[in-house]
Design a protein around this ligand. Structure first.
Ligand SMILES: N[C@@H](CCC[C@H](N)C(=O)O)C(=O)O
Length: 270
């Protein structure tokens, strides 16, 4: 069967998007299809597969699969991408509301290449967890911004071994069985963060991770390292904005703003 897809990039985190409102892709085939289509050597290539599905009460529902086939409840860069994809398809207006497995999101297409997401509240905040990997102790903060994230502040963001330490922390006994995405953060002048993320499910550093950037923004505000709105520069150089309200570690009104672009469209045999 031939199926239409769009390829999108959101700050260098890239995705294959498919309109699955008619359930052309069966539930049981999604994980193997994600693995197949995300392969950069034998297929389209991407960090994840995103399906736009019917919703009973909102404009649509987003289903997310990592490039290794694992399912995730949410993706921040994917959320901006599906908003752009839905608008391009004519499924939604400039302002829209959609479901994810993590919660309901309000989205707005701000310009040709910029999208804003208004998110649900994060959960499971745990500060200052000591984690030892490869003979080095890290001070880790944990928060679930739709998916689980570890946030670690570092001095030398260029030198840190994101792959080595990220991979070890991702599967550390503290975070079993689900694992975590691991964000290394450097606070620089101008209320700005540099963030590098080891992504669970891609099992490598990606050029940006939206939910990781939100987690890094929230923890930076909670620790007094930055003020909302926080500017973030992703690994690929793209600029994002995270804003939130904080009252005694109770976080609300979380917003992520950043780029999302359709890079090409095509047809693939599945
Ligand atoms: N790239 C995403 C996060 C996707 C899910 C993540 N890899 C997980 O399995 O938790 C983002 O932009 O948020």
């Amino acid at each position: 069967m031939n199926i239409n897809f769009s390829k999108l990039t959101a700050a260098g985190n890239d995705f294959v998007l498919i309109d699955n409102r008619e359930s052309v892709i069966a539930k049981e085939d999604c994980q193997s299809l994600a693995k197949k289509l995300c392969d950069r050597k034998y297929s389209i290539g991407a960090d994840g597969l995103i399906l736009l599905e019917k919703s009973a009460c909102k404009d649509f529902k987003m289903k997310y699969f990592n490039s290794d086939g694992s399912c995730a409840s949410m993706c921040g860069n994917g959320g901006r991408s599906i908003a752009k994809f839905a608008y391009d398809l004519g499924v939604a207006n400039l302002k829209m509301v959609f479901e994810t497995d993590a919660g309901v999101i309000n989205a707005e297409i701000l310009t040709e290449d910029r999208v804003r997401l208004d998110l649900y509240a994060p959960r499971d905040l745990k500060k200052d967890i000591k984690v030892e990997v490869n003979g080095k102790e890290f001070d880790v903060d944990f928060i679930n911004t739709g998916v689980p994230h570890a946030v670690i502040f570092v001095d030398d963001i260029e030198k840190i071994d994101v792959f080595g330490y990220g991979r070890a922390i991702r599967s550390h006994k503290t975070f079993v069985p689900a694992g975590v995405n691991v964000n290394f953060v450097k606070v620089i002048k101008g209320n700005t963060l540099l963030v590098r993320t080891y992504e669970r499910g891609v099992e490598d550093e990606t050029l940006a991770c939206g939910t990781g950037i939100i987690a890094s923004g929230i923890i930076s505000v909670l620790k007094g390292f930055a003020e909302s709105p926080v500017k973030v520069i992703a690994r690929g150089g793209d600029k994002l904005l995270v804003s939130l309200k904080n009252s005694k570690d109770k976080i609300s009104n979380v917003v992520l703003e950043g780029p999302a672009l359709i890079t090409f469209k095509g047809t693939v045999k599945i």
